[in-house]
Design a protein around this ligand. Structure first.
Ligand code: HEC
Length: 197
């Protein structure tokens, strides 16, 4: 090979560039905050943990991220998705569900942005009931659809725009909603010194 040095130079600069972009830059961006403070997360309850498994099972992670970028590298904050994520936001997540594609909005803080149980259930049942242009798939198999003059069940939710039709969420739907309601990674991190108070 005549120009072996070009090969070596190309290879090592690609490696150095990726170390810089994917290791050094994020470390500088997040390191200071992470050293100063820790995310105020609490462990998942049993219901929330089951909902998290359903989130994986139904492929939500393919369309939704759970990572808010620093304002210096993206408009995430302007979209209302809260503060930039820090490593301790994921302290109870194994595996983490950062996601790679944003076909839908980031869900890091959906529990704060959209805490309504009714909204979340109706949206799973049929996203277009609430967001006319939505391309999110519906999950009607998680619900029983019932026609009734009065509420058929304490947990039933009236379907808007219909005459006395209701959805009754399955256990799995309730788990999924509990999981989403628990996603509140927008609180200010707790300063390290006061962490144990
Ligand atoms: C094919 C891609 C796709 C999949 C799969 C998907 N979503 Fe979505 N999702 C979207 C899109 C696009 C939107 C924005 C439109 C809307 O609100 O319906 C959205 C919106 C949402 C919202 C409202 C977000 C907001 O900020 O208002 C929630 C909550 C949500 N999705 C949860 C889920 C969950 C949980 C799953 C898995 C059960 C899931 N999505 C699966 C594409 C998807």
């Amino acid at each position: 090979m005549k120009k072996a040095y070009l090969f070596v130079l190309g290879g090592s600069s690609t490696l150095l560039l990726s170390i810089f972009l994917f290791f050094i830059v994020p470390r500088v961006q997040m390191g200071a905050l992470e050293r100063a403070a820790i995310s105020a997360q609490s462990p998942y309850t049993e219901t929330e943990a089951r909902g998290r498994l359903a989130y994986i099972e139904y492929g939500c992670v393919y369309c939704h991220t759970q990572q808010v970028r620093d304002p210096s590298v993206g408009a995430d904050k302007a979209f209302g998705w809260g503060r930039a994520s820090i490593p301790s936001d994921y302290i109870y997540d194994r595996p983490h569900l950062l996601g790679t594609s944003r076909t839908g909005p980031d869900l890091s803080n959906i529990g704060s942005r959209q805490p309504s149980r009714e909204w979340l259930h109706l949206h799973f049942f049929n996203p277009r009931l609430l967001v006319a242009w939505s391309i999110m798939p519906p999950f009607p198999f998680l619900y029983a659809e019932v026609a009734s003059e009065t509420s058929p069940d304490g947990r039933a939710i009236a379907i808007p725009g219909t005459d006395h039709r209701w959805i009754v969420p399955s256990e799995k739907a309730e788990d999924l909603v509990a999981y989403l309601q628990s996603l509140k990674r927008d609180r200010d991190p707790i300063p390290r010194e006061t962490k144990h108070e």
